[in-house]
Design a binder for this molecule. Structure first.
Ligand SMILES: *Cc1c(COP(=O)(O)O)cnc(C)c1O
Length: 374
C-alpha cells in the first residue's frame, strides 16, 4: 500500500535504531555483551525488523516475553540467541530447545519440570536463572534473609540434567529514581553470585541493567546489558533525559492524514458526550486515528496533534477510528498530521495520559501499518 492511501501509519526509522544501538554500545567496555529487548513487537516498532537490524549490527542476544514471540523471530530467520524474559511452561521445553531459545527459570519446581520435558524430547534447554532482589515479580527471592535458600535451590537447578545454566539475571525496580535501592538490589545480586561461586558455579552471562541502569550505572553492566526503551529512542524516565552521552533519537513517528475539514457553527458540540463546545464558528480537521489505532481516549480534550508544525488540541472525545482538532486558517485535506514524533514528543502525551511512553508505543495497534526507512 502506498503511504498516500494509508489512513494512519507509523514511520519506523531503522537508521535511528542503529544510531541508538551504536550510542549505547559506545558506553560499554569491550567484552560486555548487548541484549536488545524486542518484546511486545519491539515496543510497537516491529519485532522482526528491529531484531534483523540489531542482529546485523552485532547485538549478541535478543529478548522477548514468551516463546510465541521467540518463534516469530525464528520463523523470520533470526538466528541470534533469544532469551524469554518470562518462564515457559514445561510443555514448551522441547520446542524452546529445538528453536534454540533460552528460557528464564524462576524456581525449582518449574526447573525440574523443564528438565524432565527437555530430556523426554532428547534435548538440552539453555536457561538463565532469575534472582528476585527486590522487584517481587519473577525469580527466587534473594533479599538477604532468603538468599541462602535461593542459592541452595539454584545449585540444585544447576545440577539438573537436560538444562544448561548459561546465565543469571535480576531486574531493578526503580533504577530511574532510587539509587539507594538500586545499589541494594545490585549488592544482593553480587552476594548471590559470590555464594554460587563458592559452590563452583559461575554462570557465563550475568546481567541486570535495563535502559535506566545502562544510562545511569555503569557499575552494573557485568557481562551484558539489556536495554529496551532506549533502543527506540526514549528515556525510561525524565530524570535520565540530558544525561551526558547518548543523544537518543526517537525511532517511531506516528502519522495520520487530514481526511476532511469542515466549518462548524458557533455553539455546536463536538464528538460523543458533547464534551467540547465551539464558542464561535470554527474550521475543524477530521483525522482518521482513534483509540482503535492506539490513541488513548483519555487524551480527549487534553492531547495535541501537530499539523503544519503547530500543535492542535484534540477537541472532544477521541472515537474508535477518528478524532477532531481545530484546523485554524491553514490546514487542508491531505495534510500529514504527527501524533507522536519529533514535533509531538510521545513523552508529553504519556504525561497527559498519566502513563509512560512505553505504554503509548506498545498500544499502537496492529491495523496501523509500519513503514520502514533507513
Ligand atoms: C522489559 C524488560 C527490560 C527492558 O526494559 P527497558 O526499561 O525498556 O530498557 C529488561 N529486562 C527485563 C527483565 C524486562 O522485563
Amino acid at each position: 500500500m502506498e503511504e498516500k492511501q494509508m489512513r494512519t501509519w507509523a514511520e519506523i526509522d531503522l537508521g535511528a535504531l542503529e544510531h541508538n544501538y551504536r550510542a549505547l554500545r559506545a558506553m560499554l567496555p569491550a567484552g560486555c555483551r548487548f541484549l536488545g529487548v524486542v518484546k511486545a513487537n519491539a515496543y510497537g516498532h516491529g519485532a522482526v525488523e528491529a531484531a534483523r537490524r540489531l542482529e546485523r549490527l552485532g547485538a549478541e542476544y535478543l529478548a522477548v516475553a514468551g516463546l510465541d514471540e521467540a518463534a516469530e523471530l525464528r520463523a523470520a530467520g533470526i538466528t541470534s540467541p533469544i532469551l524469554t524474559l518470562g518462564p515457559i511452561p514445561a510443555e514448551q521445553a522441547g520446542e524452546a530447545a529445538a528453536l534454540n531459545v533460552t528460557a528464564t527459570v524462576c524456581h525449582w519446581e518449574s526447573a525440574k519440570a523443564l528438565s524432565e520435558a527437555a530430556r523426554a524430547a532428547g534435548r538440552t534447554l539453555k536457561v538463565h536463572l532469575k534472582a528476585d532482589t527486590g522487584m517481587s515479580r519473577l525469580g527466587l527471592v534473594c533479599d538477604g534473609e532468603h538468599t541462602a535458600a535461593a542459592v541452595e535451590e539454584m545449585a540444585a537447578i544447576h545440577a539438573l540434567p537436560g538444562l544448561e545454566v548459561e546465565g543469571i539475571f535480576t531486574h531493578f525496580a526503580d533504577a530511574d529514581e532510587d539509587e539507594a535501592f538500586t545499589m541494594l538490589q545490585f549488592t544482593r545480586f553480587l552476594d548471590v553470585l559470590e555464594a554460587l561461586k563458592g559452590r563452583g558455579i559461575v554462570p557465563a552471562i550475568r546481567h541486570c541493567a535495563a535502559s535506566a541502569a545502562t544510562l545511569k550505572y555503569p557499575c552494573t553492566y557485568l557481562d551484558m546489558v539489556r536495554p529496551g526503551i532506549a533502543l527506540y529512542g526514549h528515556y525510561p524516565d525524565p530524570s535520565c533525559v540530558g544525561l551526558d552521552g547518548p543523544g537518543l533519537e526517537p525511532v517511531m513517528r506516528l502519522c495520520t492524514r487530514v481526511i476532511d475539514v469542515r466549518t462548524v457553527p458557533a455553539g455546536a458540540t463536538v464528538s460523543y458526550g458533547r464534551t467540547a463546545r465551539l464558542e464561535r464558528e470554527e474550521r475543524l480537521a477530521v483525522l482518521p486515528i482513534g483509540y482503535g489505532d492506539g490513541l488513548f481516549r483519555c487524551l480527549s480534550n487534553r492531547g495535541h496533534i501537530s499539523i503544519r508544525g503547530v500543535p492542535r488540541p484534540i477537541t472532544g472525545r477521541v472515537c474508535m477510528d477518528l478524532c477532531m482538532v481545530p484546523a485554524g486558517e491553514d490546514v487542508q485535506v491531505g495534510d500529514v498530521a504527527e501524533v507522536y514524533g519529533p514535533a509531538q514528543p510521545v513523552e508529553e502525551a504519556a504525561a497527559l495520559a498519566g502513563t509512560i511512553s512505553y505504554e503509548l508505543l506498545t498500544a499502537v495497534s496492529r491495523r496501523v501499518p509500519r513503514v520502514y526507512h533507513g
